[in-house]
Ligand binder design. Structure first.
Ligand SMILES: Nc1ccn([C@@H]2O[C@H](COP(=O)(O)OP(=O)(O)OP(=O)(O)O)[C@@H](O)[C@H]2O)c(=O)n1
Ligand SMILES: C[C@](O)(CO)[C@H](O)COP(=O)(O)O
Length: 274
């Protein structure tokens, strides 16, 4: 764990928080997607590995739930991920898991200028240029997020009775889909969450919204993401992920990939028949 230190910019801690405490309700609650293998490697291993192999990342915190915690710890040991300083329990919502990690970092005394990168464990194919883009962006901004420009026109809606109706249509060049990592100076994200805690009805689906809503004068920079930085959300994402993994790792036997995919789907159908 990072020691309390007087840091110069070059030695400021760069801490990756890998969020793996979700319950996969849109996937298969009985087959945690964090532990599913694509390209022969568990999804959570892909994600932790991306930060382990980045020389600028100094520490990693992994956030888990009771269902996956033991296996994640085994995988961390088996893969020799030496930068992982702690595996801690998450919370009911994604933002609770983030806050558990932030509290742990505060208890460990990391400096306010530390760079914290918060990443979905189920985005296994995050690229090094996105991680480095976040680290660099924090030299100029207090917050930044990986995102991809929308190729569709985005519609912002509101409720009219039981229907959604369009409220505004933003100009296409100003529309992006958020990805992760989402990066912050430690003091900034802590301050934003401290202010957000006053609203029990605030349920953000990412971390940048906490800064946007509660620190409106703090710009959040966009860092280039990629279409392959896929968030694995439903079973339908597995074949796509297998193809991406094959592109990255090189062709595995098509038969192997087919067998693996059938196993995932067979397990899911078995659960559905219960
Ligand atoms: N309480 C939570 C909820 C989500 N996450 C993590 O946040 C990332 C994005 O969440 P999502 O894809 O929604 O995962 P789940 O919450 O598991 O999925 P679902 O919403 O379908 O239950 C995942 O890596 C997930 O493990 C987390 O650490 N703690
Ligand atoms: C953080 C995120 O990946 C940005 O797109 C997304 O909001 C996570 O949403 P989820 O419902 O927790 O998967």
């Amino acid at each position: 764990m990072c020691e309390k230190s007087s840091v110069s910019p070059s030695s400021v801690p760069v801490v990756a928080v890998v969020l793996a405490a979700g319950f996969g309700t849109r996937f298969d609650p009985d087959n945690p997607k964090q532990l599913v293998s694509v390209g022969g490697k568990e999804i959570v291993v892909w994600s932790i590995e991306a930060f382990e192999k980045n020389p600028r990342v100094t520490d990693i915190i992994v956030v888990v739930n009771a269902q996956v915690g033991d296996e994640v710890e085994r995988l961390i040991d088996a893969n020799g991920f030496g930068k992982v300083r702690a595996v801690i329990p998450g919370g009911a919502e994604r933002s609770d898991s983030t806050q558990n990690a932030l509290q742990m970092l505060a208890d460990a005394g990391i400096p306010g200028e530390a760079k914290v990168l918060i990443h979905d464990a189920v985005r296994p194919f995050v690229e090094q240029h996105s991680i480095n883009g976040c680290i660099d962006a924090l030299d100029e901004f207090e917050a930044a997020t990986v995102a991809v420009a929308s190729t569709d026109t985005v519609l912002l809606t509101e409720d009219l009775g039981d229907r959604k109706v369009i409220r505004t249509v933003p100009d296409r060049p100003n529309t992006f889909r958020a990805q992760t990592p989402q990066a912050f100076r430690f003091a900034t994200i802590r301050k934003a969450y401290a202010q957000a805690d006053s609203d029990p009805d605030f349920h953000p689906t990412d971390d940048t919204r906490v800064v946007v809503d509660y620190l409106p004068d703090t710009p959040v920079a966009i860092v280039a993401g990629t279409e392959t930085n896929l968030k694995i959300t439903t079973l339908a994402d597995i074949p796509v992920a297998e193809n991406i993994a094959e592109t990255i790792s090189g062709p595995r036997t098509r038969e192997e990939a087919k067998v693996r995919m059938h196993a995932v789907f067979a397990d899911a159908f078995k659960q559905m028949r219960r």
